[in-house]
Write a protein that binds this ligand. Structure first.
Ligand code: TYD
Ligand code: MG
Length: 453
C-alpha cells in the first residue's frame, strides 16, 4: 500500500491544522505555535480498519512489561549511563562538542552491540570510505563489519526506505544536524532537524529497534543543537572532556542529562587512545596526582566523592591570591563556584574566635580545580574543599595519606554523607591510611583533626 506524505502546520496549543505557516493561530489566538508535521495518508482504502469508537485502554496488569527488552551495548561504560543497556523502542541523543568522540562511540557501538540483528549506520558527515578507515583503525573485526549497513545520506525519505527494507535493530544517525526532508526548502534548519528526528523516533517506537542520534553542541548556539531535541528523546547523554592542557589521561565523561530508563547520576568514563574509546571501570588513581611518595603541596586535599554507584578519589586543588580590587572573585569550573563561595564563607566565619574572622578569604581571589578534569557535583566534596582552601590560604600542607568526605553546613557543622563505608573502603584500597569524615562535629575540629592535632 502506497503511503503519501503531506506536510502541514499544526498549532501546538489547540492542534488546529493549516496548510501554511501562520504567526498567530486563528483558533486559539496563540502566537508562534505552528510547527510543521508530516501526515501520512493511506492512499488505498483502509480507512475502515477498526471501529471509530472509543480509544482502547488496558488494565495495567494486562500490559506487557517492556523491561527486560534491553540490548547490551557491549561497551561497559555506555551500559552504565544508559541504566543497564539499550532499551528497545527508545531514542538516545548523544550531544557534545565537535571532536569529542561522538562518531567514534557510534561506530564502536555498532561493532560491540550484543545483538544478532542488523545495524544501520547513517552518516551525513563522513563518506563510506572514511568510515571504513576509522573502523580499521578501531580494529573492528570483519564479521562485525558484515552486519553494519552504511548509508551515507541525510535524506529522510532515503533513510526511511532503507529502514523498511533492512529492518535494523539498531539505528545510529550521525548526526541529527545533517538530516533533511527534501520537500522543505530550508535544509539544515532547526525545524528540519526536529521534523526528521521525530520521524525516526516514531519509527523505532513502532518497531523492535532503538535509535541513537548524535548532535553537536557549538559554543554559540545550544538552541540549534541537541537542546532542541531533548524533549523528544528518552535519554540525553552529553560527552564532556577534561582540559586538554592537563597532563592526565585523555579522559572523556559521558553524563546523562535525562534518562527515562535509568538514573541520571551515573557517569561513563572513557579514555581516547590510538584505538578509539576505552571504558574505564576502575578509576583508581586517575583523579589523583602522582607524586611518588612526596609530600603534598599546600592547597591540595583528597576528596572521596560519589559518582553514581561508584566512589572516586579526587585531588582538589585550591589557590588563594589577594584580590586586586575591592571585589574578590571565584574561578572554579569543576566545582560549582556558588559552592566554593559558600564553603569559603563558612570557613571564614566559623574558624574565628568570638566573632573575629580566623582566616580571611573574602579579600582573596579563589581558584579551585579538580585533578583529571572531572566535574564534581556531589555535596560530600565540601569538607575536602574547605581543607584545600584552608591549606592554600595558610600555606600548611595536609598529610598525603588523608582522604576526606563530608558536607559543610552554613553553621560550620560537618553533616553526614551517603555511603560513608564505601568511601572509606575505596580510600583504604588506594593506600590512604587516614580518613576525615563527619565524625568531626564542626569545621574547627575537622581542621585540627586533618592536621593530626
Ligand atoms: P570523533 O568521533 O570524530 O568526534 P565527533 O564525532 O564528536 O566530532 O572523534 C574525533 C577525535 O578523536 C579526533 O580528534 C581524533 C580522535 N581519535 C583518536 O584519538 N583515536 C581514535 O582511534 C579515533 C577514531 C579518533
Ligand atoms: Mg562526528
Amino acid at each position: 500500500m502506497k503511503k503519501q506524505k503531506t506536510l502541514i502546520y499544526k498549532c501546538s496549543s489547540c492542534s488546529r491544522e493549516e496548510p501554511k505557516w501562520l504567526g498567530r493561530c486563528p483558533e486559539c489566538g496563540e502566537w508562534n505555535t505552528f510547527a510543521e508535521t508530516i501526515i501520512k495518508n493511506e492512499t488505498s482504502g483502509s480507512k475502515n480498519r477498526g471501529s471509530p469508537g472509543l480509544p482502547q485502554t488496558l488494565p495495567l496488569n494486562a500490559v506487557d512489561p517492556i523491561e527486560g527488552s534491553r540490548i547490551g551495548s557491549g561497551i561497559g561504560e555506555l551500559d552504565r549511563v544508559l541504566g543497564g543497556g539499550i532499551m528497545k523502542h527508545s531514542a538516545v541523543l548523544v550531544g557534545g562538542e565537535p571532536g569529542i568522540g561522538k562518531s567514534t562511540l557510534m561506530l564502536q557501538l555498532a561493532a560491540a552491540a550484543v545483538t544478532k540483528g542488523r545495524i544501520l549506520y547513517v552518516s551525513g558527515e563522513e563518506s563510506a570510505g572514511q568510515l571504513r578507515l576509522r573502523a580499521d583503525r578501531l580494529g573492528i573485526a570483519k564479521d562485525k563489519m558484515e552486519r553494519i549497513e552504511i548509508l551515507c545520506s541525510g535524506n529522510l525519505e532515503e533513510i526511511e526506505a532503507v529502514l523498511k527494507n533492512i529492518n535494523p535493530v539498531l539505528v545510529l544517525v550521525d548526526s541529527a544536524q545533517t538530516l533533511f526532508y527534501e520537500e522543505r526548502s530550508s535544509a539544515g534548519s532547526v525545524n528540519q532537524m526536529k521534523l526528521c528526528s521525530f520521524e525516526l523516533i516514531t519509527w523505532v517506537k513502532e518497531h523492535d529497534a532503538a535509535l541513537f542520534l548524535t548532535a553537536h553542541v557549538t559554543k554559540e548556539g545550544l538552541i540549534s543543537g541537541p537542546k532542541a531535541l531533548e524533549h523528544m528523546v528518552d535519554t540525553v547523554l552529553y560527552f564532556e572532556q577534561n582540559d586538554r592542557t592537563s597532563g592526565a589521561d585523555d579522559c572523556r565523561f559521558l553524563r546523562a542529562a535525562k534518562n527515562r530508563f535509568g538514573s541520571v547520576d551515573e557517569i561513563g568514563i572513557f579514555t581516547m587512545g590510538e584505538r578509539g574509546l576505552s571504558s574505564v571501570e576502575d578509576t583508581g588513581r586517575m583523579f589523583l596526582v602522582r607524586r611518588e611518595g612526596l609530600e603534598l603541596p599546600p592547597g591540595v586535599a583528597t576528596a572521596a566523592v560519589l559518582e553514581g554507584s561508584r566512589t572516586i578519589l579526587v585531588e582538589i586543588q585550591a589557590l588563594t591570591i589577594p584580590a586586586k580590587g575591592s571585589m574578590s572573585r571565584v574561578f572554579s569550573d569543576k566545582i560549582d563556584s556558588g559552592r566554593v563561595s559558600r564553603v569559603s564563607a563558612a570557613l571564614e566565619k566559623h574558624l574565628g574566635l568570638q566573632g573575629k574572622p580566623g582566616l580571611r578569604l573574602s579579600d582573596h581571589d579563589l581558584y579551585v580545580n579538580a585533578a583529571g578534569g572531572i566535574r564534581i557535583t556531589e555535596v560530600g566534596v565540601e569538607l575536602a574543599l574547605a581543607c584545600a582552601l584552608y591549606s592554600a590560604r595558610t600555606g600548611l600542607a595536609l598529610p598525603a595519606d588523608l582522604a576526606i568526605a563530608g558536607e559543610l553546613s552554613l553553621t560550620g557543622e560537618i553533616r553526614p554523607v551517603r555511603r560513608l563505608s564505601s568511601r572509606v573502603k575505596t580510600a583504604s584500597n588506594l593506600g590512604f591510611s587516614a580518613f576525615l569524615g563527619p565524625e568531626a562535629k564542626d569545621i574547627k575540629s575537622a581542621i585540627k583533626l586533618a592536621y593530626g592535632s
